[in-house]
Design a protein around this ligand. Structure first.
Ligand code: ADP
Ligand code: ZN
Ligand code: ZN
Length: 734
């Protein structure tokens, strides 16, 4: 008897047993294949994890798989192991972990063969045909020109995105003998003319870092590459990738969401002479699945992508790199709440290869691991190419009158730099025009009706938006309470700052980078290119502007409001504030034009700020780690957060009370439970949110409790009245 144990994307923690499809024998059934299975009233895509010889339930009750999708496994044993481990560690249903890891097309059950047919390439005569001769068919001419101008054959998806749907037109060009469909293996469709740019001669520290890592290319070793911004970390990654690729292995490079700019991609493309799989947000679903498949087949030598690329199957994995490892975007904050950074270390260990975590501002977790010798610490202490580190100064703004958040002194400095022909960057981590809208006559405040939060004024759209639930309404002209017309916009957002700068410095180009200004796909990349080309003198934005990009023309950086970060509710807020400040500061300056950074604050004597500025991030982190150890907070302890939300507060509290009782029943002496307590924002999108915090001195103790406890939670009656989730190693407290 044969039983297939499969994962299905439903919130159930176990695998499901099925009988094999009619007429298919054991030798044709292997773990890692997908199948269609009857489920409930419909059918689902399932992934086979085990081919077993006995059922866990009575075999008469088992249903039969309707159809195998893949003739061969699409995932290997090691890939399945990674998924299983993720599900267990993060206490998440295995089927949802699988769904999270697979490209959408494969999750939907599309066969791999469907990914191959969508590339169009020019034939020799198509390449020779001048589009200008097609005067009677202007659309054909335009399409032909598009194809001729591209460096590579284009996928149908990409053509559609640039041209609009045009299948009939493509077929007509094909009929004229100018186009071939899928004539080229899409495996090479993304290979640009690589290796055009020469590598710089590495400096001593870079060479030392490369040598330390290459000394252990055939075994697991975790490295923390701590190097100030612009110190040449990327060059170290590139040298390591070259070494790994030369051995016939593959490299996996994880980058933060925001840093994944065309520039970084192009840099890798220009330097590496191997096929790359670039998993960026501009890809269509077919392209994404095709890139995934190239990696799986070993055709792509390097995979570069954000968080979810961690799960890309790589048969010859030889190196894992996590750039900006401290970045919060490596932790998924909903669904499967995994940390791609932490899983990267696990994956390297399983694959017996080195992993390099790089950052100018490493997370406290990684610094502790390096201090204790678990990670090998590598340092790049100076900026490459001779540029100096920027000078950072605090600007006391107590009792100073600000204009759109800018002090007169800072405004004066901005004017001087602009007059000298330099670029200036102003950083304000709040989008919109003003965070408060209130009535001068009666004190009415624009509150979100579904959240414990105020609504933000957006001047250009004339709307009030809630940044927490997305609620939006038109900006009232009169107070809804008293009908008065003296409505005030209080506080500063990037939109107001932009308006002030345009008015005050009308002769200079101003550009704003935040989520509102870059909503359209590709517009962030376009703006960044324009900044590089010198089109703008004044750059302003939120933390989007702080990460990953380098603006060598910038000589002055102004941080308008740092104080929010000093007194945040989360114990990690000072760590984040320091990381942000160092990252913002690192955006600026080059050899001949060093940058300086002015930080406006009302707490210039704050001890942590003082340590950060006088002694640098390393000292700051050491002081911070001592504090954490004194109060036994992570990384000196391990946490999990059980969150619950419901339309009635009692339902959420009741569930968490039952959960507490269940933990006691399981037995949890070595794990401390705190709560239930309301989340920092108690009501959001109309739901009341409560949480229970678990903490233990040992990771193992916490994991042991979770393994017994979470399945019990799923069966509680009170669980049916709430939305609940478990977050292992939570990064945010709300
Ligand atoms: P990071 O990744 O640490 O921010 P990058 O690798 O992007 O630093 O390097 C910053 C700049 O310095 C880049 O323009 C890079 O080309 C240049 N650079 C890096 N290493 C060297 C080197 N050894 N010699 C000359 N220029 C270098
Ligand atoms: Zn009023
Ligand atoms: Zn809201």
């Amino acid at each position: 008897m044969i039983v297939l144990r499969v994962a299905i994307a439903v919130p159930v923690f176990t695998l499901f047993d099925y009988l094999p499809p009619q007429g298919i024998g054991q030798k044709d059934l292997r773990p890692g294949m997908r199948a269609r299975v009857p489920f409930g009233r419909g059918e689902r895509t399932a992934l086979i994890f085990e081919v077993a010889t006995e059922a866990r339930h009575s075999p008469t009750r088992l249903k039969r798989v309707s159809q195998l999708i893949d003739p061969e496994p699409i995932l290997r044993a090691g890939d399945l192991e990674l998924l299983r481990w993720t599900a267990e560690y993060y206490q998440h249903p295995i089927g949802e972990v699988v769904a999270n890891a697979l490209p959408v097309r494969l999750r939907q059950g599309k066969p791999l063969s469907a990914l191959q047919a969508a590339v169009w390439c020019l034939t020799a005569s198509g390449r020779a045909q001048p589009p200008s001769e097609l005067t009677r068919a202007p659309r054909q001419a335009r399409l032909l020109r598009l194809l001729q101008n591209a460096d590579t054959p284009l996928s149908q998806e990409r053509i559609y995105r640039q041209f609009g749907p045009c299948l009939a037109l493509l077929r007509r060009l094909e009929a004229r003998g100018w186009l071939d469909r899928g004539g080229l293996d899409p495996a090479v469709a993304d290979v640009f003319a690589g290796a055009q740019a020469p590598a710089p001669q590495l400096n001593r520290e870079q060479r030392a870092a490369v040598e330390r890592v290459t000394a252990s290319l055939d075994r697991f070793r975790a490295h923390l590459l701590e190097g100030v911004t612009g110190s040449g970390k990327t060059e170290v990654y590139l040298a390591l990738i070259e070494a790994v690729v030369a051995r016939g292995c593959q490299a996996l490079v994880l980058v933060p969401e925001i840093g994944l700019t065309p520039q970084l991609m192009q840099r890798f493309q220009r330097r590496l002479a191997v096929p790359l799989a670039l998993l960026h947000s501009g890809l269509g679903e077919v392209e994404r699945a095709a890139a995934w498949n190239r990696a799986r087949l070993g055709v792509a030598g390097v995979v570069i992508g954000t968080r979810s690329s961690l799960f890309t199957p790589l048969p010859n994995l030889g190196l894992v790199v996590v750039d900006e490892e401290h970045d919060l975007s490596f932790k998924q904050q909903d669904g499967v709440r995994y940390s791609a950074r932490d899983l990267a270390v696990y994956r390297a260990q399983r694959s017996r290869c080195p992993v390099v975590l790089g950052s100018a501002t490493p997370s406290f977790e990684s610094l502790k691991n390096a201090a204790e010798g678990r990670y090998l610490a590598l340092h790049l202490s100076r900026r490459a190419g001779g540029a100096q580190a920027p000078r950072v100064e605090l600007m006391d703004i107590r009792s100073v009158k600000l204009d759109a958040g800018v002090s007169p002194r800072l405004a004066g400095m901005v004017g001087e730099e602009l007059a000298a022909g330099n670029q200036v960057l102003l950083f304000l981590n709040r989008r919109g025009y003003a965070p408060v809208f209130t009535c001068h006559d009666c004190g009415w405040l624009a509150q979100c009706q579904r959240c414990d939060a105020r609504m933000t004024v957006h001047q250009s759209s004339q709307r009030l938006d809630c940044h927490h639930c997305g609620a939006s309404r038109t900006l009232p002209l009169r107070c809804p309470e008293c009908g008065g017309e003296s409505l005030l916009r209080l506080g500063q957002g990037t939109e107001r700052l932009e308006a002030m700068l345009r008015e005050r410095f009308p002769q200079y180009g101003v550009v704003r980078i935040d989520r509102d200004a870059t909503r359209r796909r590709g517009s962030l990349g376009a703006r960044l290119e324009e900044i590089k080309s010198g089109k703008y003198s004044l750059l302003l934005g939120t933390q989007m502007l702080a990460k990953g990009h380098h603006f060598p023309g910038v000589t002055l950086v102004g941080v308008l409001d740092l104080d929010q970060g000093l007194f945040g509710a989360d114990y990690r807020s000072t760590e984040r504030m320091a990381q942000l400040l160092v990252q913002v500061a690192g955006r600026a300056g080059r050899a001949d034009k060093p940058g300086r950074v002015q930080v406006q604050t009302r707490h210039p004597d704050h001890p942590l700020l003082q340590t950060l500025l006088r002694a640098g991030y390393g000292e700051f982190a050491r002081a911070g780690l001592l504090e954490r150890r004194a109060v036994q907070l992570p990384p000196y302890s391990f946490q999990a957060l059980l969150r619950a939300e419901a339309h009635r507060a009692e339902a959420a509290i009741g569930f968490l009370d039952d959960a507490t009782a269940a933990a006691t029943a399981v037995g949890c002496d070595a794990v401390t439970l705190w709560g239930p307590v309301p989340a920092p924002m108690e009501r959001r999108a109309g739901r009341y949110r409560y949480q229970l915090l678990l903490q233990a001195a040992q990771r193992r103790t916490l994991q042991d409790l979770l393994a017994q406890w979470v399945p019990v939670l799923a069966r509680l009656t009170s669980a049916r009245r709430v939305r609940w989730s478990i977050d292992v190693d939570p990064q945010e407290q709300y």
